[in-house]
Design a protein around this ligand. Structure first.
Ligand SMILES: CCCCCCCCCCC/C=C/C(=O)SCCNC(=O)CCNC(=O)[C@H](O)C(C)(C)COP(=O)(O)OP(=O)(O)OC[C@H]1O[C@@H](n2cnc3c(N)ncnc32)[C@H](O)[C@@H]1OP(=O)(O)O
Ligand SMILES: Cc1cc2nc3c(=O)[nH]c(=O)nc-3n(C[C@H](O)[C@H](O)[C@H](O)COP(=O)(O)OP(=O)(O)OC[C@H]3O[C@@H](n4cnc5c(N)ncnc54)[C@H](O)[C@@H]3O)c2cc1C
Length: 645
């Protein structure tokens, strides 16, 4: 199963080897539980481990293999981030996709060797979503052949970039490029921020950390201001866009090619989110198979809470989603890598498809992941609320994904643009022009679903039902938009009046894609035992998902209420059928205790002993009487007693 999760036995067994290697190297382990550390201690500890990784990485992994590096980071550094998180996730990808060969020679090679540390500085205090209205300006000075970076007002301060605050000495900065008074929109520049030797901010730079956040606090998200700060013309990233010495602008082959670092993260984060969901479910499912409370049969001992149907309903559909997301994530990464290669040869034809797909997936997956993690926390009762479970941290980190790389409700609209265009083609009788991801929009629906007509309906019936729902909603939402426009609204006003419906279409389209990705993967599985378990999980998934969106199919009679009852019964059947495999389904992700960082979710299942040992190790328990008691509580009680006398 691990080979299915990690797209092949090779990487699955490399993960095991890496974990086993690290188990023998205590210097790579957390020196104490992260929840017992202050933010400063966590940053120091993370930097220590980062240095070890840099020194010894070649002994443990193949550093050219991104997935091996990812696993090493998960084991050693964990999810709370590290001082070079953005260096790997965005700075290097931005240089790879946007710097010319010459620029790569100069900067990328140094970045890869970790001679410099970089980040991606785009968001500002006043603007994150609407990139065209960023306020940091880069004005070209023809005489000196330099760009002058400037922060004209407080809202133009860069705000949020990870590792900008304290760690990075370079950034890929996004600023509006002005040449001879003309605004050429957001462009990307390589900008030195700190002295390479002293790490002091360079003259003209104001920089610092933005303070603690919900989670992800090892990362020093930062602020940055420029005071007429000069960089050479050749610091504009020039793989696709160029500015000649005389200020002539050479257009890129695609207007949004500069957005590639964002598309990179959106493509990879689907897998990252699946893994965080699987972390929380591993903890909650293991704990639920240890925790005994209440009886189902009063003549029998108390049961494991995992025997309750409600607990299964709380956890198992999310287990199925984690599998679905990791399968969809693998497809997204393959598409991203293909588009990256094609863009190199000047072929930008798939950029729009990739953008639409990743915009939708990013939004749906992060939302459902956050919901699933929060349910996993509640599934652990009181102990889920303790940081010993580590689920609150996992939630805090994962839910950030709903906001970063484009706020979810905004990104759903990007997919909706694509769907509306496709609906326009259908309306115009040009369905043959639809891309493969939306070809179903041009097909004709059956009048009713056949879901309950055979003893075990094939997945095709479910897919057809999801297609029917997504098609109906897309055409309806597009019709709403076109209707407002026909009545005289501008496209923008009409769009705003239709966005709730448009975003519903985007979600349904994306959920259909996820179901199809799951079906595609299960169909490929050769081993019959594995196929049976995955098929059960997929059956649980399609029934749960369909029930969740059934209103769309009930309203036009595509599904009948008796079919809905059938779907419900199928769901309950598969909850029970999956129960004996539940712990194995989470164990198959093969997370070591080190990677999971959860006292509650440890593989040994000694929950109570582990929790007690953890509590005793809490810094508050180092002394019996705290200074706060000596200083305040004792005098308070003493004066109360004295006044009574
Ligand atoms: C291995 C690692 C894995 C784990 C990773 C975890 C790491 C976590 C670290 C967290 C780091 C976080 C970093 C950040 O958050 S960086 C900042 C991210 N910021 C955003 O995402 C901003 C969101 N806003 C935007 O992207 C754009 O402004 C937006 C797309 C919303 C609009 O842009 P714009 O106004 O320029 O465009 P329009 O809406 O007018 O659309 C015009 C057309 O352009 C098309 N388009 C837009 N973007 C793209 C693209 N990227 N590629 C292709 N095409 C694009 C759009 O669809 C329109 O097309 P049509 O006119 O044909 O409809
Ligand atoms: C953990 C974390 C890490 C980050 N790391 C980085 C980084 O490394 N580099 C970087 O540059 N940035 C980073 N960011 C910033 C992040 O990319 C932005 O916060 C994000 O893109 C959202 O933009 P915003 O803050 O402007 O939200 P806003 O756009 O202000 O969103 C506020 C509300 O307005 C709504 N809204 C906005 N526009 C529209 C619209 N057109 N239609 C309908 N509704 C709309 C949104 O849906 C939302 O409900 C990070 C953020 C976080 C939380």
């Amino acid at each position: 199963m691990a080979a299915q999760i990690y797209s092949g036995e090779k990487y699955a067994s490399r993960r095991r080897e890496i974990s086993a290697n690290l188990a023998k190297r205590p210097e790579f382990h957390d020196s104490k539980p992260l929840p017992f550390m202050t933010r400063e201690e966590k940053i120091l500890e993370s930097s220590r481990k980062l240095t070890l990784i840099s020194k010894h990485m070649n002994e443990i992994i193949d550093p050219s293999d991104k997935r091996e590096l990812y696993h090493l980071n998960c084991e050693v550094l964990g999810i709370e981030g590290n001082p070079m998180a953005l260096h790997g996730d965005m700075f290097i990808p931005a240089l790879t996709a946007q710097a010319s060969d010459e620029q790569q020679e100069k900067w990328l090679s140094r970045a890869l060797r970790r001679e410099i540390i970089g980040t991606y500085a785009q968001t500002e205090l006043g603007h994150g979503t609407n990139l065209r209205k960023l306020e940091t300006i880069a004005t070209y000075d023809v005489d000196t052949q330099e760009f002058v970076l400037h922060t004209p007002q407080i809202t133009a301060l860069k705000w949020w970039p990870g590792n900008l605050g304290k760690s990075s000495n370079y950034a890929v900065v996004v600023a509006l490029m002005i040449i001879k008074g003309k605004n050429y929109g957001p462009q990307t520049f390589m900008v030195p921020l700190r002295d390479e030797k002293t790490h002091q901010p360079l003259k003209g730079i104001t920089i610092g950390d933005i303070g603690p956040k919900l989670a992800y606090n090892i990362v020093d998200n930062g602020f940055l201001g420029f005071d007429h700060y000069r960089i050479p013309r050749t610091n504009l990233l020039m793989r696709h866009t160029r500015v000649e010495p005389d200020g002539t602008f050479v257009k890129p082959p695609h207007a949004k090619i500069n957005y590639s670092a964002m598309v990179h993260v959106r493509s990879y984060m689907i897998t990252g989110q699946a893994i965080m969901l699987a972390y929380a479910l591993t903890i909650a499912t293991r704990y639920s198979s240890v925790r005994r409370q209440g009886q189902i049969d009063t003549t029998q001992p108390e049961v494991k809470v995992l025997e309750y149907q409600t607990q299964q309903h709380r956890l198992f559909p999310s287990i199925a989603r984690a599998y679905a997301f990791v399968f969809a994530g693998a497809e997204t990464v393959r598409l991203y890598e293909r588009v990256l290669q094609e863009v190199e040869t000047g072929n930008v034809s798939l950029m729009a498809d990739l953008h639409a797909l990743t915009s939708g997936l990013k939004s749906v997956v992060t939302h459902q992941t956050a919901q699933g993690i929060e349910q996993a926390r509640m599934a652990c009762g009181g102990h889920g609320y303790s940081q010993a479970s580590y689920i609150s941290e996992i939630f805090g980190v994962a839910v950030g994904g709903c906001t970063y790389e484009g706020e979810n409700l905004v990104m759903l609209q990007q997919l909706a643009r694509y769907l509306v265009k496709s609906a326009g083609l259908v309306q115009a009788g040009q369905s043959s022009k639809l891309g493969p991801l939306v070809a179903y929009l041009g097909a004709k629906s059956d009048s009713t679903s056949l879901i309950d007509r055979t003893p075990t309906p094939g997945f095709a019936e479910y897919v057809k039902t999801f297609q029917h729902i997504a098609r109906k909603q897309t055409l309806k939402a597009a019709q709403k938009l076109f209707g407002f426009m026909e009545k005289g609204d501008t496209r923008e006003v009409a769009w705003n009046k239709s966005t709730v419906e448009l975003n519903r279409a985007s979600r349904l389209h994306t959920r259909l894609y996820i179901v199809e990705a799951f079906v595609r993967r299960v169909e490929e599985v050769a081993d019959p035992r594995l196929k049976e378990v995955l098929t059960d999980l997929l059956r649980l998934h399609v029934n749960y998902e369909l029930l969740d969106v059934a209103a769309y199919a009930l309203e036009d009679g595509f599904l009948s209420s008796s079919q809905l009852d059938y779907i419900r019964e199928q769901l309950y059947f598969y909850l029970a059928k999956i129960r004996p495999n539940a712990v194995s389904l989470v164990d198959s992700w093969e997370f070591s205790d080190r990677e999971l960082r959860s006292v509650l979710g440890r593989r040994d299942g000694n929950v109570y002993e582990n929790l007690f040992a953890w509590a005793k190790a809490s810094p508050l328990n180092k002394t019996d009487v705290l200074p706060s008691v000596d200083k305040y509580l004792k005098p308070l009680m003493e004066s109360a007693r004295a006044s009574k006398l």
